[in-house]
Design a protein around this ligand. Sequence first.
Ligand code: ADP
Ligand code: ASP
Ligand code: MG
Length: 428
Amino acid sequence: MALIVQKYGGSSVADAESIKRVAKRIVDTRRAGHDVVVAVSAMGDTTDMLLDLAAQVTPIQNPRELDMLLSSGERISMALLAMAIHSLGYEARSFTGSQAGMITTAHYGAARIVDVTPARVREALDEGAIVIVAGFQGFNRDTRDITTLGRGGSDTTAVALASALEAEVCEIYSDVDGVFTADPRVVPRARKLDTISSEEMLELAANGAKVLYIRAVEFARRHGVLIHARSTFTSGPGTYVLAPGMTRPEGQEGEDMEEPIVAGVATDLGQAKVTVIGVPDVPGKAAEIFKVVARSGANVDMIVQNVSAAATGRTDISFTLPKSDASAALKALAADQAEIGFESLVHDDQIGKLSVVGAGMRTHSGVSATLFEALSAAGINIEMISTSEIRISVVVRGDDLTAAARVVHSAYDLDGDTEAVVHAGTGR
Ligand code: ADP
Ligand code: ASP
Ligand code: MG
């Protein structure tokens, strides 16, 4: 008998019917002879609705109270799911993150799990119960407050539980059949992958593929947890995320295709671009600018500095950052304008970022040429470029992003023969 951790996302528990369907799935796993621990997300778009509600009450929210509010979403779904399991004749017990021993840093809204002390979870398992844990939340010992782990954080709850309980596998259920070569909502010809390396998954997740949360993939890689991303709505195998040295479980071996150069394409509409115009082209200015930006709390992604105009000795510096960080960064820069000596600031939140990810890039040349040719043939203009060892990213107009993802997906021969299915969810 194995211990299996399962995580059900918001779209899997969006309404009463869905909760009952998930309860059946959990009970089936139990009937197959396994111990089951479940991490569950808030129902449907509950977290977004709670955020909207808070914004209506006040534009600037107290972080402690915001975490109190947001953590309530997962309490609703965990209790309902436990009830649904009871009605099927099985014992289930729900626990908040704090009851389940999810100990975190004190950082409201973006807490990191530092320890898991699942004594109550173990007790309940020993007594034969199915355990349901509220995802996305924890507890800080110093402040004695409830924290949340950041959007999409229930995936991390599941992986941390799987690690602490030494589960055989951490199954992450959502509204798609696994990890695809692109978001199937954007590229209908995206293909499901049987396996993906954790290295490639990290790059995809970091660049907009929210099917798995980046911190969960990191945690799994560090602690040797096997992730199986699969669908609540079908029963076939999904995608195994393999850290170095890991293999698919027995019985799940498929034909191992030759490693493709490009594993997938990720799209991100969540970034904005800031251009600092007329920066004096003397040593130290970039340092000044990015110190100010960093102090505002913004997380800078790409940076481009133009060639300076000989006549003026000034240059423009553009960078991208999450849309939600832009206003704080602009405010901070404006406050130091005289000191830094730049001329003006331009804020552009109509950009889209396209990334191509593949471990094969290390050993193959011409990967970027294919990307640029595909975009050029489609008449799509590239505004910024950045690369890492296994990724190439470009910034294009936000309106062009879908078309860009489709042509690039085709250019790397990733298109499947049939259209991918998205079973539920709003994609919000
Ligand atoms: P959940 O609510 O279950 O956590 P999410 O909405 O966070 O689910 O993640 C699932 C969604 O991720 C899918 O509906 C899909 O639109 C999106 N997605 C983005 N990139 C990919 C990809 N490469 N493969 C599969 N899904 C992807
Ligand atoms: N409910 C949280 C969110 O919507 C956490 C999660 O679903 O993973 O971000
Ligand atoms: Mg998610």
